[in-house]
Design a protein around this ligand. Structure first.
Ligand SMILES: C[S@@+](CC[C@H](N)C(=O)[O-])C[C@H]1O[C@@H](n2cnc3c(N)ncnc32)[C@H](O)[C@@H]1O
Length: 294
């Protein structure tokens, strides 16, 4: 049950994801669902925290890197609403502007839309089309930049070799971990996808189900962060979605007071009921009266 204040806060966050009037967008949208709103709010929340801290404490420049960027917009298929995609969510939640955006998309049609939409992000590096796994080493070779990296996977797409490389760079990382897809992927005869994602096949013995796989991966993120960066890691997940389909948004960064913001977000958004998101959207779009369940 939400208090009035919590409900207003949720409305405020979700309304930041609605497309502004006159915003020119290409007519090719990434298909999403009501829980995509939660994903984008969590990403936006960290963009806010990250930009407010880094602009004070980092002498170099800051970048947002979206390795699986989509088209720049999302269509909530259940309601037909078009909302901002991840790069625009970041733009509108950030307290201070990023100095650059690096956006990668493999799919040709989505890339075309992304390239057009990205003109609205200002003067940024031109988005790249291709497999992000093949581009990582070139992207992260400038130590003058601190990065907020978003890894928004549909499957277990990013190889461990690349994840390990990114952890070693000056980056905060948000990973969309497709937890509920674990059994289906593991059951396929060809398990090399999970081996590449995990870095070896030790998960077979150590992870009997999706929850164990998530925990095992998060442990690996922690130990690798400490090994590579020599700083205390913060690795914490927030569950998005409910029922048979869900994922976990994992934040990986250096530990500090600012992680309270992620803890707070976890209290408020963890396992959020997708129906509540639909009702909020209906209200914000003027299709239904306010959701007064406080
Ligand atoms: C979950 S969607 C991204 C949604 C987007 N982040 C958002 O919230 O608006 C993942 C995208 O990554 C793309 N993709 C999948 N594998 C890829 C890869 N190896 N390299 C680059 N893009 C990839 C897919 O075509 C898809 O558009």
């Amino acid at each position: 049950m939400n208090t009035k204040h919590e409900l207003e806060l949720k409305e405020k966050n979700i309304s930041k994801l609605l497309l502004e009037k006159g915003m020119v967008v290409c007519n090719k949208h990434y298909p999403g669902h009501p829980w995509s709103l939660v994903k984008l709010v969590l990403l936006g929340t960290w963009a806010y925290v990250y930009t407010s801290i880094m602009k004070k404490n980092w002498r170099g420049r800051i970048r947002y890197i979206d390795l699986l960027a989509g088209s720049g917009t999302t269509e909530i298929v259940e309601t037909g609403d078009i909302i901002k995609g991840s790069p625009f969510a970041v733009l509108h939640f950030a307290l201070k502007p990023f100095d650059d955006y690096i956006l990668i998309e493999r799919n040709k049609e989505r890339y075309k839309a992304l390239k057009q939409n990205s003109k609205l992000l200002g003067r940024i590096t031109e988005p790249k089309q291709g497999d992000c796994n093949k581009l990582i080493k070139d992207l992260f070779n400038d130590p003058f930049y601190h990065n907020l990296v978003f890894v928004d996977m549909e499957g277990f797409d990013l190889t461990w070799e690349n994840m390990e490389y990114i952890i070693g760079t000056k980056s905060d990382i948000i990973i969309n971990f497709p937890t509920s897809s674990f059994e289906r992927t593991a059951a396929l005869e060809n398990q090399h996808c999970l081996d590449e994602f995990f870095g070896d096949n030790s998960w077979v013995e150590n992870a009997l189900d999706r929850e164990e796989f998530l925990r095992f991966y998060m442990e690996k993120l922690k130990t690798t962060f400490f090994k590579k960066r020599r700083k205390t890691p913060y690795v914490e997940s927030i569950r998005v979605g409910k029922g048979s389909y869900f994922y976990d948004m994992i934040l990986v960064c250096k530990n500090g007071n600012y992680i309270n913001a992620w803890q707070y977000a976890k209290e408020k958004w963890n396992g959020q009921n997708p129906q509540e998101m639909t009702r909020l959207l209906d209200h914000l779009k003027g299709r239904a009266p306010r959701l007064d369940d406080f």
